[in-house]
Design a protein around this ligand. Structure first.
Ligand code: DQA
Length: 147
């Protein structure tokens, strides 16, 4: 199985940005954790991060033919990007949405995900480990979209 790990805007700043919320480990630490976890389960993981909506859309389109699943933290795009929701909803490749923090316990604008309905599952508030949980969900087999 081949999985695409996608991190959206500002997640390149992990380790620097709001460590009380996101921890002190970096994006490189996160990607290593997920690649190693995937390898332990026989899954190959390719990592991608961008701060640009169009680049993220292009990468998700690519997953249509190239990957068996997507593990995706859309960052703030979660709360307003219908373009990314349509990108995820427009391909058959199953996508699990991940948030490091517990978005439901934060500001009201973070309680809404416009992308989740196009995803097959959502993992929130489990720190970096949530990305590994997302791999497990994809390995469990096909699921309906949440929406
Ligand atoms: C986040 C939560 C979002 O609200 C925020 O904009 C992020 C990170 C998380 O992983 O907890 O950039 O997706």
């Amino acid at each position: 199985m081949k999985i695409l790990l996608v991190n959206g805007p500002n997640l390149d700043m992990l380790g620097v940005r709001e460590p009380a919320v996101y921890g002190s480990n970096t994006l490189a630490d996160l990607e290593k954790l997920v690649v190693d976890y995937g390898a332990s389960k026989g899954v190959s993981v390719e990592c991608y991060q961008s701060n640009h909506e169009g680049c993220l859309i292009d990468k998700i389109h690519e997953a249509h033919t190239t990957y068996d699943g997507i593990v995706y933290n859309p960052g703030a795009h979660t709360h307003y990007s219908y373009a990314l929701r349509d990108a995820v909803g427009g391909i058959d490749t199953p996508c699990v949405e991940v948030h490091i923090s517990n978005v439901d316990a934060r500001e009201a604008f973070r309680h809404i995900s416009v992308i989740a309905p196009a995803c097959v599952a959502q993992v929130k508030g489990r720190g970096f480990k949530g990305y590994c949980d997302a791999i497990d969900i994809l390995l469990e087999g096909p699921r309906e979209r949440l929406g």
